[in-house]
Design a protein around this ligand. Structure first.
Ligand SMILES: [Zn+2]
Length: 56
């Protein structure tokens, strides 16, 4: 299944936990916040703790 950005619908890396591309993420959250969210999501996926719809 293709992983697409929820904002611009561009294709994303299928391994990426966050469904927002970098350019949209930076526009929405700013670079620092985007990077923090992106790394948190990837960490959660790696450890199996990602609960869809339960992201604080
Ligand atoms: Zn995008």
């Amino acid at each position: 299944m293709a992983n697409r950005c929820v904002y611009c619908k561009c294709d994303l890396d299928a391994r990426k936990a966050l469904s927002v591309c970098k350019s949209c993420g930076v526009k929405v959250w700013g670079l620092k916040m985007y990077e923090a969210i992106d790394s948190q999501m990837n960490d959660a996926k790696e450890t199996g703790n990602l609960e869809q719809g339960n992201i604080a």
